[in-house]
Design a protein around this ligand. Structure first.
Ligand SMILES: C[S@@+](CC[C@H](N)C(=O)[O-])C[C@H]1O[C@@H](n2cnc3c(N)ncnc32)[C@H](O)[C@@H]1O
Ligand SMILES: [Zn+2]
Length: 281
């Protein structure tokens, strides 16, 4: 089972898969599925699913597949999504404030920026973007939108640059865009449970591989793995265990695998990526 995006991993998996093996490709982005279908058209052993990976248990139930041998979650946005101007992910292009991975979803970046309360915006910018000037940016957004709603990515860029001029830093809006994107697509909150659900969907000796791109994602994955190895994580002063973490398997990567120098040269977008692997018993 794999996240599609540009189907880069999927095509490598398919090259190595026997014709008896089936690849289930899940993406919440219909355009990503279309790109993958074209790229993988020579393969007949692929099932394409337009859904959110947090529905993994339902997806497999509907396909009448009980357990799988391996799962790869390659999180975050794809290069295709960032580069496709009209999707509104890029702070370099000017386009409507959208940022939805799934265009059938209602909530857009425009809604977040124009309707969230100032404190809520500040929290999102701080937590999801690690933006130190989160409060000032949130305040400035609210001042501007009193006059007119923010419509485009460049309007948002301008608001951020009014707070942090781009003298020292070329793109100070990067953190704000990341934060809004994470909120629009609800990328963090369901992740811990998704990881646990994925582990439950594995056959014995099956492996779950997860590639994350920022610390909040990585933390959710790390915590879910930690809570699945059967060790008590209760505070030491508790007289008895209340966490009751079940032993579902083992962590294969005590430290995450990060890109090599050669990989970074070929693909600079891999810079912040971390791969963690869990094996079911
Ligand atoms: C980094 S890209 C995957 C790239 C792909 N592995 C490749 O090799 O080309 C991430 C993809 O995951 C999708 N995605 C992100 N979160 C998702 C979720 N919760 N459910 C389903 N798909 C999701 C995005 O739409 C995007 O296409
Ligand atoms: Zn415990």
């Amino acid at each position: 089972m794999e996240h599609f995006g540009g189907a880069g991993h999927s095509s490598e998996i398919l090259k190595r898969l026997s014709t008896k093996g089936i690849l289930i490709g899940i993406d919440r982005d219909l355009e990503a599925l279309e790109v993958a279908k074209k790229k993988l058209e020579e393969y007949s052993n692929v099932i394409y699913v337009h859904n959110n990976h947090d529905q993994i248990r339902n997806i497999l139930e509907e396909l009448k597949i009980e357990k799988v041998d391996g799962i790869l979650l390659d999180l975050g946005v794809s290069s295709y999504q960032i580069d496709e101007k009209s999707r509104g992910f890029s702070y370099i292009e000017d386009s409507p404030l959208d940022m939805r991975m799934d265009k059938t979803q209602e909530k857009t970046a425009k809604e977040v920026v124009n309707t969230y309360k100032e404190e809520e915006l500040a929290r999102i910018l701080y937590e999801y973007g690690e933006e130190k000037k989160s409060r000032q940016i949130a305040r400035h957004i609210c001042e501007i939108r009193k006059k007119h709603p923010l419509e485009t990515t460049q309007e948002l860029v301008e608001v951020v640059r009014n707070v942090i001029p781009n003298k020292k830093e070329l793109h100070p809006e990067k953190r704000t865009f990341q934060a809004i994107r994470i909120e629009v697509n609800n990328e963090i909150e369901p992740l811990y449970q998704t990881v646990i659900d994925c582990i439950h969907c594995l056959k014995p000796k099956g492996r779950l591989c997860i590639i994350t791109f920022h610390s909040l994602e990585d933390r959710a994955v790390k915590n879910a793995f930690r809570d699945s190895v059967g060790k008590c994580t209760c505070p030491k002063d508790l007289p008895y265990c209340i966490c009751n973490h079940p032993k579902l398997g083992n962590i294969i990567t005590p430290k995450p695998i990060q890109p090599s120098k050669e990989e970074l040269q070929k693909n600079s977008r891999s810079a912040s990526s971390k791969l963690r692997i869990f094996e079911k018993t």
